[in-house]
Design a binder for this molecule. Structure first.
Ligand code: DX5
Ligand code: ZN
Length: 235
């Protein structure tokens, strides 16, 4: 299956923002056309970097209408899920390696009324999510090793993205396929061609002088639609 006809969702990662001006940065990307706000939560244990916790999410919640897309890079994740839900997260995504019971964790996220996501590290196989698709609203493919922004895109992950596209389509489920790490206007076309529907980008947005132009350049990197999608409605 090739890419979807709709433009991809763009979720700028706050990791690359000016941390002294978080409220202004969030307002700026919302004004610039961002769809979701991606929040990278790191604990210095599961990944070798530390960022912020639920208090920062809670502080930003009143200042944006964008859904908050929380990416937990912490272990264990389970004890903190309720806090992020109460802080106003809309989506909560976990790495399967962060706890022993992925199924239970996804159930917990859903029970709090939030969308549940599974994040696959570069070495994590797609089989990890096959048996929990019924509890999964988002699948995030890491195209860098988690922990830092500004790393080089791992094109080795493209076949995995395409395989997940097929898996999601065959399931008939409404699951968002997200890509995280090294996304730029240059790497986006291959990712979209492989079937991603949401692109997370830190450096490529917050490192650019014009956020609106940066977001548009990533969104518009969509590959040409195959003939089937160009057909008239019902065709
Ligand atoms: C990495 C994070 C990503 C990353 C994206 O651990 O999950 O969200 O910050 O940043 P760029 O776009 O700079 O790779
Ligand atoms: Zn992330």
């Amino acid at each position: 299956m090739l890419s979807r006809p709709t433009p991809p969702l763009i979720a700028p990662s706050l990791l690359a923002a000016d941390f002294a001006r978080l409220k202004e940065e969030v307002a700026a990307i919302e004004h610039a056309g961002a769809d979701w706000l991606h929040l990278d939560v790191m604990d210095g244990h599961f990944v070798p970097n530390i960022t912020f916790g639920p208090l920062v999410a809670k502080a930003l919640r009143p200042h944006t209408k964008m859904p908050m897309d929380v990416h937990l890079m912490i272990a264990p994740a389970d004890p903190y899920i309720t806090a992020f839900a109460e802080a106003g997260a809309d989506h909560i995504s976990v790495h399967p390696e962060s706890g022993p019971h992925l199924h239970r964790t996804l159930q917990h996220i859903r029970s709090l009324g939030k969308k549940a996501g599974v994040v696959l590290n570069p070495a994590t196989p797609i089989e990890t999510v096959v048996n929990v698709l019924d509890l999964t609203d988002l699948i995030m493919v890491m195209t860098v090793n988690p922990g830092f922004g500004g790393q080089a895109f791992l094109s080795s992950q493209l076949p995995k993205i395409a395989a997940l596209r097929r898996l999601i389509d065959e399931s008939g489920r409404d699951i968002v396929l997200q890509i995280d790490g090294g996304v730029t206007a240059k790497t986006a076309p291959a990712v979209l061609e492989a079937g991603a529907t949401c692109l997370i980008a830190g450096t490529a947005v917050f490192g650019a002088p014009d956020y609106a132009a940066a977001i548009a350049s990533i969104r518009d990197a969509a590959p040409a639609l195959p003939p089937a999608f160009s057909a008239s409605p019902g065709g």
